[in-house]
Ligand binder design. Structure first.
Ligand code: MN
Length: 499
C-alpha cells in the first residue's frame, strides 16, 4: 500500500488513503490465488494500472475503481457487492470498464464490432473516467505484453495502435499516446521499427554537439534580452511519429526538421511571445514554419508555439515554446481539465470537456440506425484531421478536413443553414458546395425565406451534424410534398388526364 501511495505524485488525505487501502485489500482478496501469465500475483496488474492512472489523474474514486476494475469480470464478486462496499459511483465505473472489456476491435467482421464500438464511445461521452481507466489498463498490459504468445501480442498491439492510441491522442493525453504507440509499433512493424530507430540514433549522434551548442546560445540570448524562462531542454521525436513523417517524405530525412527540437518552458503566455521575438531577432526564422498553437490550439487542446530557425553553422532547429501549464496539459490532456474542474479551482483551461467533437459525437450517436454508416462516420469524424475556420466575428469552428460551406453553416446554426443562398470565403464570393481550407473566414449569405434543400447538399456535407440534419429536413420536405399531393382536391390539369 505504501508503495502504491509513494508511486503516485499526489498528497492523499487520511480519508482518501483509507478508501484506496480498502479497494486494494478488497481486490487482492478477490483475486487471491490468480496468477498473471508471467507467474506474478494478479493484483500486480490492477495496482500497476492505478499507478499509471495516478500519474495524470490522481482522483481517489477513479483510482479505487481502477484497483477493482477486473474484480467483477474475473472473480465471484458481484456489482452489488462493489456497490455495497464502495458506493454507486465506483460500482458504475467498474461496470463501465467491464463492458468496455467486451468490446472486440480486433475482428472487424465480428457483427458485434460496430455495436460495441458504439457502446465504447457512448461511455466516452457519458463518463470519460471509464476511458481513462481502460487506457491505463491497456498501458499496463502493453508494458507486460512479452509474457503472452507472439500471435496474440500482434493482435493486442494492432488494436492498441488502431484504437487506443488514437483515443488517447483525441483526449490530448500526449504521454499515453506516445507510450502506447511506441510499445505497439515495435510489435506490429518490427522491421520498420528497427529502421526508424537506426535513423534516429544516427541523427542523434551526429547532432548531439550541435544541439547542446544551440541550447547554450538560446539560454544566453534569452538571458541577455531579459526574458524569463523556466527551462530549455532537448526533446527527441518519438519513433512512431518519426516513422509516419518519414513515410510522408519518402524517407527523405533532410525534410524533417524536428527529430530533435529544443523546448522552452516559460511561466506565462506573454513570456512565450517575448521569447519568440528574441529568438527571431537573433536567428533567421524559416518562412512558413511558424505555428502559433497558443492563439489557435489544436482540436485536442494542444498549445505551443513552434518555429524553425537557422542556427549557427546553417543548421535548422525547431524550437517549441510553451508555458509550464501548457506543457502539463500536453502530457495529461483531458485528465488535467477534469481534475481542475472537480476541485473547483479557477482554472482557465476548461475547454476539454466541452470539446465540440465530444458534444457532436454524443448528439449523433443517438440517431444512428445503421451500424455500417456509424462506423464510416466514426472513421471520418473521429480519426481524420480537423481544420479551424472562422466566422466573420472571429469565432472558431472546428471541422473535419474536407468540410464544405454547408458543414460550416450547420455548425453555426441550423436556421442559418436553412436560409443560405451563397457564401463569401475570405471576402470572395463562393458556392455553398465549396470545400473549406484551414483558417478560412466564412460568411454565409442569407435568403429572406427558407430555401428549398437540394439532395445535392447531402453529397457535399462531411460532418455528421450536417448530414443528419439534411436527411431529416429532406424527409420532412418529401413528406410535405406527398401530403400536398394527397390534399389536392382540384382536378388535375388537362394534359395529366387519362384519355
Ligand atoms: Mn485489466
Amino acid at each position: 500500500m505504501t508503495d502504491l501511495l509513494k508511486a503516485i505524485p499526489h498528497q492523499f488525505n487520511h480519508e482518501e488513503q483509507a478508501l484506496l487501502r480498502k479497494a486494494l485489500e478488497f481486490a487482492a482478496k478477490a483475486h487471491a490465488g490468480q496468477k498473471r501469465k508471467n507467474g506474478e500475483d494478479y493484483i500486480i496488474h490492477p495496482r500497476g494500472a492505478a499507478i499509471i492512472l495516478g500519474q495524470i489523474f490522481p482522483d481517489t474514486t477513479t483510482l479505487a475503481a481502477t484497483l477493482l476494475h477486473d474484480v467483477y469480470e474475473d472473480t465471484g464478486v458481484s456489482l452489488e457487492d462493489i456497490n455495497k462496499n464502495f458506493g454507486e459511483d465506483i460500482a458504475k465505473l467498474v461496470d463501465g470498464v467491464t463492458k468496455l472489456g467486451h468490446v472486440r476491435f480486433r475482428d472487424s467482421k465480428d457483427k458485434f464490432y460496430v455495436e460495441n464500438l458504439r457502446k465504447l464511445f457512448f461511455a466516452t461521452s457519458e463518463d470519460i473516467r471509464v476511458i481513462l481507466i481502460k487506457l491505463a489498463d491497456r498501458i499496463h498490459n502493453m508494458r507486460t505484453i512479452s509474457h503472452i504468445p507472439k500471435d496474440k501480442q500482434v493482435k493486442v498491439a494492432s488494436e492498441t495502435l488502431e484504437v487506443y492510441a488514437p483515443i488517447a491522442a483525441r483526449l490530448g493525453i500526449g504521454s499515453w499516446k506516445d507510450e502506447l504507440e511506441d510499445l505497439s509499433f515495435q510489435i506490429v512493424h518490427p522491421k520498420e521499427y528497427q529502421e526508424t530507430k537506426d535513423i534516429q540514433v544516427k541523427e542523434l549522434s551526429s547532432r548531439d554537439e550541435n544541439v547542446k551548442e544551440m541550447q547554450k546560445y538560446l539560454i544566453h540570448t534569452l538571458k541577455n534580452e531579459g526574458i524569463k524562462f523556466l527551462d530549455i531542454s532537448g526533446r527527441v521525436k518519438r519513433l512512431y511519429s518519426l516513422f509516419h513523417k518519414l513515410k510522408k517524405y519518402d524517407g527523405d530525412i533532410s525534410k524533417i526538421h524536428d527529430i530533435i527540437a529544443l523546448r522552452i518552458i516559460t511561466k506565462s503566455t506573454a513570456d512565450c511571445y517575448a521569447a519568440l521575438g528574441a529568438i527571431h531577432k537573433h536567428f533567421q526564422p524559416v518562412p512558413g514554419r511558424i505555428k502559433d498553437y497558443i492563439a489557435t490550439p489544436k482540436p485536442n487542446g494542444y498549445q505551443s508555439i513552434h518555429t524553425t530557425v537557422i542556427g549557427k553553422g546553417g543548421k535548422t532547429f525547431e524550437i517549441q515554446i510553451r508555458t509550464d501549464l501548457m506543457h502539463e496539459e500536453a502530457e495529461r490532456g483531458i485528465a488535467a481539465h477534469w481534475f481542475y474542474n472537480e476541485e473547483g479551482k479557477n482554472h482557465p483551461f476548461t475547454r476539454g470537456l466541452q470539446a465540440p467533437w465530444l458534444k457532436e459525437l454524443r448528439a449523433w450517436q443517438e440517431n444512428v440506425e445503421n451500424p455500417e454508416e456509424f462506423l464510416e462516420n466514426l472513421k471520418i469524424d473521429f480519426f481524420k484531421n480537423r481544420i479551424f475556420v472562422y466566422t466573420p466575428k472571429g469565432d472558431i469552428k472546428d471541422l473535419p478536413s474536407g468540410a464544405t460551406v454547408i458543414d460550416f453553416a450547420f455548425s453555426v446554426h441550423t436556421d442559418l443553414a436553412l436560409h443560405m443562398m451563397g457564401a463569401r470565403i475570405n471576402g470572395k464570393m463562393a458556392s455553398i458546395y465549396d470545400e473549406l481550407e484551414k483558417e478560412d473566414v466564412v460568411e454565409i449569405i442569407k435568403n429572406k425565406n427558407p430555401v428549398k434543400i437540394s439532395p445535392k447538399w447531402q453529397e457535399y456535407a462531411k460532418t455528421n451534424n450536417a448530414k443528419s440534419k439534411i436527411r431529416a429536413f429532406l424527409n420532412e420536405q418529401n413528406r410535405g410534398l406527398i401530403q400536398r399531393v394527397k390534399d389536392m382536391s382540384f382536378p388535375l390539369p388537362k394534359f395529366f388526364r387519362r384519355k
